[in-house]
Write a protein that binds this ligand. Sequence first.
Ligand code: ATR
Length: 278
Amino acid sequence: MSANRLPLAGVLGWPIAHSRSPRLHRHWLARYGIEGDYITLGVEPRDFEAAFRALPLLGFRGVNVTIPHKETVLRLATKVSDRAALIGAANTITFREDGSIYADNTDGYGFLENLRAGAAGWKASEGPALVLGAGGASRAIISALLSDGAPEIRLANRTRSRAEFLAGEFGGRVKVVDWLHIEDALDGVATVVNTTSLGMTGQPPLQISLKRAPKTALVNDIVYSPLMTPLLEEAQSRRMRWVDGIGMLLHQGRPGFEAWFGVAPEVDADLRAAVLAE
Ligand code: ATR
Protein backbone atom coordinates (compact mmCIF):
# COMPACT_ATOMS: atom_id res chain seq x y z
CA MET A 1 0.00 0.00 0.00
CA SER A 2 1.34 3.44 -0.83
CA ALA A 3 0.38 6.85 0.44
CA ASN A 4 1.10 8.25 -3.04
CA ARG A 5 -1.80 6.44 -4.60
CA LEU A 6 -5.47 7.38 -4.67
CA PRO A 7 -7.39 5.17 -2.29
CA LEU A 8 -9.57 2.69 -4.13
CA ALA A 9 -12.41 0.40 -3.17
CA GLY A 10 -14.92 -1.52 -5.24
CA VAL A 11 -17.34 -4.38 -5.52
CA LEU A 12 -16.57 -7.86 -6.84
CA GLY A 13 -19.36 -10.03 -8.15
CA TRP A 14 -20.57 -12.04 -11.12
CA PRO A 15 -22.75 -10.86 -12.76
CA ILE A 16 -22.27 -7.36 -11.36
CA ALA A 17 -23.75 -4.81 -13.81
CA HIS A 18 -26.71 -3.89 -11.62
CA SER A 19 -24.93 -3.20 -8.34
CA ARG A 20 -25.92 0.09 -6.74
CA SER A 21 -22.91 0.10 -4.41
CA PRO A 22 -20.81 2.34 -6.73
CA ARG A 23 -23.46 5.08 -6.52
CA LEU A 24 -23.51 4.79 -2.76
CA HIS A 25 -19.77 5.03 -2.22
CA ARG A 26 -19.17 7.60 -4.96
CA HIS A 27 -21.81 9.83 -3.44
CA TRP A 28 -19.98 9.66 -0.12
CA LEU A 29 -16.56 10.22 -1.77
CA ALA A 30 -17.89 13.38 -3.43
CA ARG A 31 -19.66 14.57 -0.30
CA TYR A 32 -16.59 14.25 1.91
CA GLY A 33 -14.20 15.59 -0.75
CA ILE A 34 -12.15 12.41 -0.80
CA GLU A 35 -9.99 11.85 -3.86
CA GLY A 36 -10.44 8.18 -4.54
CA ASP A 37 -12.74 5.88 -6.42
CA TYR A 38 -15.10 2.93 -6.02
CA ILE A 39 -15.06 0.57 -8.96
CA THR A 40 -17.31 -2.22 -10.27
CA LEU A 41 -15.29 -5.39 -10.84
CA GLY A 42 -16.93 -8.29 -12.65
CA VAL A 43 -14.95 -11.36 -11.59
CA GLU A 44 -15.83 -14.93 -12.53
CA PRO A 45 -15.60 -17.54 -9.78
CA ARG A 46 -12.57 -19.28 -11.33
CA ASP A 47 -10.62 -16.00 -11.38
CA PHE A 48 -11.68 -14.84 -7.94
CA GLU A 49 -8.64 -15.76 -5.88
CA ALA A 50 -6.11 -14.33 -8.36
CA ALA A 51 -8.09 -11.11 -8.83
CA PHE A 52 -8.68 -10.73 -5.10
CA ARG A 53 -5.02 -11.21 -4.18
CA ALA A 54 -3.97 -8.55 -6.67
CA LEU A 55 -6.24 -5.87 -5.21
CA PRO A 56 -3.97 -4.52 -2.42
CA LEU A 57 -1.11 -4.27 -4.92
CA LEU A 58 -3.30 -2.05 -7.07
CA GLY A 59 -4.13 0.39 -4.28
CA PHE A 60 -7.39 -1.07 -3.03
CA ARG A 61 -8.05 -0.40 0.67
CA GLY A 62 -10.85 -2.92 0.59
CA VAL A 63 -13.84 -4.21 -1.35
CA ASN A 64 -17.38 -5.34 -1.07
CA VAL A 65 -17.98 -8.85 -2.34
CA THR A 66 -21.31 -10.07 -3.55
CA ILE A 67 -22.85 -13.12 -5.19
CA PRO A 68 -21.24 -15.62 -5.85
CA HIS A 69 -18.13 -14.75 -3.80
CA LYS A 70 -19.50 -14.06 -0.32
CA GLU A 71 -18.68 -17.49 1.08
CA THR A 72 -15.47 -18.16 -0.89
CA VAL A 73 -13.86 -14.99 0.39
CA LEU A 74 -13.81 -16.26 3.98
CA ARG A 75 -11.11 -18.73 2.98
CA LEU A 76 -8.85 -15.94 1.80
CA ALA A 77 -9.25 -13.73 4.85
CA THR A 78 -6.74 -13.74 7.70
CA LYS A 79 -9.29 -12.47 10.23
CA VAL A 80 -13.05 -13.01 10.14
CA SER A 81 -15.48 -11.02 12.32
CA ASP A 82 -17.73 -12.99 14.65
CA ARG A 83 -20.83 -12.01 12.71
CA ALA A 84 -19.31 -13.07 9.37
CA ALA A 85 -18.20 -16.38 10.88
CA LEU A 86 -21.67 -16.95 12.31
CA ILE A 87 -23.35 -16.28 8.98
CA GLY A 88 -20.69 -18.10 6.95
CA ALA A 89 -20.40 -15.26 4.45
CA ALA A 90 -18.73 -11.84 4.19
CA ASN A 91 -19.63 -8.73 2.20
CA THR A 92 -17.01 -6.23 3.40
CA ILE A 93 -13.27 -6.80 3.15
CA THR A 94 -10.50 -4.54 4.42
CA PHE A 95 -6.87 -4.87 3.34
CA ARG A 96 -5.03 -3.58 6.39
CA GLU A 97 -1.67 -1.80 6.48
CA ASP A 98 -0.05 -4.79 8.17
CA GLY A 99 -1.01 -7.05 5.25
CA SER A 100 -3.86 -8.77 7.04
CA ILE A 101 -7.22 -9.27 5.33
CA TYR A 102 -10.29 -8.61 7.48
CA ALA A 103 -13.65 -10.05 6.42
CA ASP A 104 -16.86 -8.71 7.93
CA ASN A 105 -20.55 -9.12 7.20
CA THR A 106 -22.51 -5.87 7.53
CA ASP A 107 -25.85 -7.07 6.10
CA GLY A 108 -27.41 -7.68 9.50
CA TYR A 109 -26.03 -4.39 10.81
CA GLY A 110 -27.54 -2.59 7.79
CA PHE A 111 -30.86 -4.30 8.39
CA LEU A 112 -31.02 -3.30 12.07
CA GLU A 113 -29.84 0.27 11.45
CA ASN A 114 -32.49 0.69 8.74
CA LEU A 115 -35.24 -0.37 11.12
CA ARG A 116 -33.89 1.74 13.98
CA ALA A 117 -33.63 4.80 11.72
CA GLY A 118 -37.02 4.28 10.10
CA ALA A 119 -39.05 3.37 13.18
CA ALA A 120 -37.92 5.33 16.23
CA GLY A 121 -37.73 3.20 19.34
CA TRP A 122 -38.10 -0.17 17.56
CA LYS A 123 -36.15 -3.01 19.12
CA ALA A 124 -36.10 -6.64 18.08
CA SER A 125 -36.58 -7.53 21.75
CA GLU A 126 -40.16 -6.15 21.63
CA GLY A 127 -41.52 -9.51 20.54
CA PRO A 128 -41.46 -12.40 18.06
CA ALA A 129 -40.45 -11.74 14.46
CA LEU A 130 -41.91 -13.40 11.38
CA VAL A 131 -39.24 -13.82 8.69
CA LEU A 132 -40.25 -14.87 5.18
CA GLY A 133 -37.57 -16.56 3.09
CA ALA A 134 -34.61 -18.78 3.89
CA GLY A 135 -31.78 -17.60 1.61
CA GLY A 136 -28.57 -15.74 2.38
CA ALA A 137 -30.34 -12.50 3.27
CA SER A 138 -32.59 -14.34 5.70
CA ARG A 139 -29.60 -15.91 7.46
CA ALA A 140 -28.01 -12.49 8.10
CA ILE A 141 -31.32 -10.98 9.21
CA ILE A 142 -32.21 -13.81 11.61
CA SER A 143 -28.76 -13.56 13.11
CA ALA A 144 -29.17 -9.79 13.57
CA LEU A 145 -32.66 -10.10 15.09
CA LEU A 146 -31.43 -12.69 17.58
CA SER A 147 -28.39 -10.63 18.52
CA ASP A 148 -30.72 -7.67 19.14
CA GLY A 149 -32.73 -9.77 21.56
CA ALA A 150 -35.67 -11.12 19.53
CA PRO A 151 -37.32 -13.64 21.83
CA GLU A 152 -38.47 -15.86 18.95
CA ILE A 153 -38.20 -16.06 15.16
CA ARG A 154 -40.97 -17.62 13.10
CA LEU A 155 -39.52 -18.67 9.77
CA ALA A 156 -41.60 -19.44 6.66
CA ASN A 157 -40.25 -20.49 3.30
CA ARG A 158 -41.80 -21.90 0.12
CA THR A 159 -39.32 -24.78 0.29
CA ARG A 160 -39.81 -25.93 3.87
CA SER A 161 -36.64 -28.03 4.01
CA ARG A 162 -34.51 -24.91 3.46
CA ALA A 163 -36.25 -23.20 6.39
CA GLU A 164 -35.67 -26.26 8.55
CA PHE A 165 -32.00 -26.35 7.66
CA LEU A 166 -31.59 -22.67 8.49
CA ALA A 167 -33.57 -22.95 11.73
CA GLY A 168 -31.34 -25.85 12.76
CA GLU A 169 -28.31 -23.57 12.58
CA PHE A 170 -29.77 -21.21 15.15
CA GLY A 171 -31.20 -23.65 17.66
CA GLY A 172 -34.51 -23.41 19.48
CA ARG A 173 -35.27 -19.71 19.07
CA VAL A 174 -36.11 -20.16 15.35
CA LYS A 175 -39.35 -22.05 14.65
CA VAL A 176 -40.42 -23.08 11.18
CA VAL A 177 -43.98 -22.13 10.25
CA ASP A 178 -46.03 -23.20 7.26
CA TRP A 179 -45.60 -21.10 4.09
CA LEU A 180 -49.18 -21.85 3.05
CA HIS A 181 -50.56 -20.61 6.37
CA ILE A 182 -48.30 -17.64 7.05
CA GLU A 183 -51.17 -15.62 8.44
CA ASP A 184 -51.46 -18.05 11.39
CA ALA A 185 -47.98 -16.98 12.45
CA LEU A 186 -48.86 -13.28 12.73
CA ASP A 187 -50.45 -13.45 16.19
CA GLY A 188 -48.49 -11.31 18.63
CA VAL A 189 -45.56 -10.49 16.31
CA ALA A 190 -43.51 -7.32 16.79
CA THR A 191 -41.75 -7.48 13.42
CA VAL A 192 -42.52 -8.87 9.95
CA VAL A 193 -39.75 -9.05 7.33
CA ASN A 194 -39.85 -10.22 3.72
CA THR A 195 -36.44 -11.51 2.58
CA THR A 196 -37.76 -13.31 -0.51
CA SER A 197 -37.68 -11.83 -3.98
CA LEU A 198 -41.49 -11.77 -4.13
CA GLY A 199 -42.71 -8.24 -4.84
CA MET A 200 -39.61 -7.28 -6.79
CA THR A 201 -40.17 -5.81 -10.25
CA GLY A 202 -40.77 -8.75 -12.61
CA GLN A 203 -41.59 -11.19 -9.77
CA PRO A 204 -45.00 -12.19 -8.46
CA PRO A 205 -46.30 -10.10 -5.53
CA LEU A 206 -46.12 -11.35 -1.96
CA GLN A 207 -49.77 -11.93 -1.17
CA ILE A 208 -50.33 -11.89 2.54
CA SER A 209 -52.99 -10.30 4.70
CA LEU A 210 -51.66 -8.56 7.80
CA LYS A 211 -55.07 -8.58 9.43
CA ARG A 212 -53.96 -10.85 12.27
CA ALA A 213 -50.81 -8.89 13.07
CA PRO A 214 -50.88 -6.49 16.02
CA LYS A 215 -51.37 -2.88 14.88
CA THR A 216 -48.10 -2.04 16.61
CA ALA A 217 -46.02 -4.47 14.54
CA LEU A 218 -43.29 -3.08 12.28
CA VAL A 219 -43.28 -4.34 8.68
CA ASN A 220 -40.15 -4.33 6.52
CA ASP A 221 -39.40 -5.54 3.02
CA ILE A 222 -35.80 -5.92 1.89
CA VAL A 223 -36.97 -5.61 -1.72
CA TYR A 224 -36.36 -1.99 -2.78
CA SER A 225 -37.21 -2.15 -6.45
CA PRO A 226 -39.98 -0.98 -6.32
CA LEU A 227 -39.63 0.84 -3.00
CA MET A 228 -43.31 0.50 -2.22
CA THR A 229 -43.90 -3.25 -2.43
CA PRO A 230 -47.26 -5.02 -2.15
CA LEU A 231 -46.36 -6.02 1.43
CA LEU A 232 -45.66 -2.41 2.42
CA GLU A 233 -48.86 -1.27 0.68
CA GLU A 234 -50.74 -3.78 2.79
CA ALA A 235 -49.06 -2.49 5.98
CA GLN A 236 -49.80 1.10 5.03
CA SER A 237 -53.44 0.37 4.25
CA ARG A 238 -53.77 -1.03 7.79
CA ARG A 239 -51.98 2.00 9.28
CA MET A 240 -49.18 -0.17 10.58
CA ARG A 241 -45.58 1.02 10.90
CA TRP A 242 -43.43 0.08 7.92
CA VAL A 243 -39.89 0.69 6.68
CA ASP A 244 -38.77 0.21 3.09
CA GLY A 245 -35.70 -1.76 2.05
CA ILE A 246 -33.29 0.73 0.50
CA GLY A 247 -31.91 1.80 3.89
CA MET A 248 -30.48 -1.68 4.48
CA LEU A 249 -28.24 -1.21 1.43
CA LEU A 250 -27.27 2.31 2.50
CA HIS A 251 -26.44 1.38 6.09
CA GLN A 252 -24.57 -1.83 5.27
CA GLY A 253 -22.09 0.27 3.30
CA ARG A 254 -21.06 2.47 6.23
CA PRO A 255 -18.55 0.25 8.08
CA GLY A 256 -16.63 -0.45 4.85
CA PHE A 257 -16.49 3.19 3.78
CA GLU A 258 -15.21 4.22 7.21
CA ALA A 259 -12.54 1.49 7.24
CA TRP A 260 -11.31 2.29 3.72
CA PHE A 261 -11.58 6.08 3.57
CA GLY A 262 -11.42 7.13 7.24
CA VAL A 263 -14.74 8.99 7.44
CA ALA A 264 -17.88 7.67 9.15
CA PRO A 265 -20.46 8.52 6.45
CA GLU A 266 -24.03 9.70 6.99
CA VAL A 267 -27.16 8.14 5.54
CA ASP A 268 -29.64 10.87 4.56
CA ALA A 269 -32.26 11.82 1.97
CA ASP A 270 -29.67 13.03 -0.58
CA LEU A 271 -27.91 9.68 -0.48
CA ARG A 272 -31.20 7.83 -0.80
CA ALA A 273 -32.12 9.87 -3.88
CA ALA A 274 -28.69 9.39 -5.46
CA VAL A 275 -28.79 5.63 -5.04
CA LEU A 276 -32.39 5.32 -6.23
CA ALA A 277 -32.02 7.58 -9.31
CA GLU A 278 -32.70 5.74 -12.57
P1 ATR B 1 -31.02 -14.26 -1.06
O1 ATR B 1 -29.59 -14.65 -0.88
O2 ATR B 1 -31.22 -12.88 -1.63
O3 ATR B 1 -31.82 -14.43 0.19
P2 ATR B 1 -31.89 -16.73 -2.38
O4 ATR B 1 -30.93 -17.56 -1.60
O5 ATR B 1 -31.99 -16.96 -3.84
O6 ATR B 1 -31.59 -15.19 -2.23
O7 ATR B 1 -33.33 -16.87 -1.69
C1 ATR B 1 -34.45 -16.36 -2.30
C2 ATR B 1 -35.64 -16.54 -1.37
O8 ATR B 1 -36.81 -16.11 -2.06
C3 ATR B 1 -35.89 -17.98 -0.97
O9 ATR B 1 -36.43 -18.02 0.33
C4 ATR B 1 -36.91 -18.44 -2.02
O10 ATR B 1 -37.68 -19.53 -1.63
P3 ATR B 1 -37.19 -21.04 -1.96
O11 ATR B 1 -36.17 -21.39 -0.93
O12 ATR B 1 -38.42 -21.86 -1.86
O13 ATR B 1 -36.64 -21.01 -3.36
C5 ATR B 1 -37.75 -17.19 -2.12
N1 ATR B 1 -38.54 -17.14 -3.37
C6 ATR B 1 -38.08 -16.81 -4.59
N2 ATR B 1 -39.10 -16.88 -5.50
C7 ATR B 1 -40.20 -17.28 -4.81
C8 ATR B 1 -41.57 -17.53 -5.17
N3 ATR B 1 -42.00 -17.40 -6.44
N4 ATR B 1 -42.42 -17.93 -4.19
C9 ATR B 1 -42.00 -18.08 -2.92
N5 ATR B 1 -40.72 -17.84 -2.51
C10 ATR B 1 -39.84 -17.45 -3.44
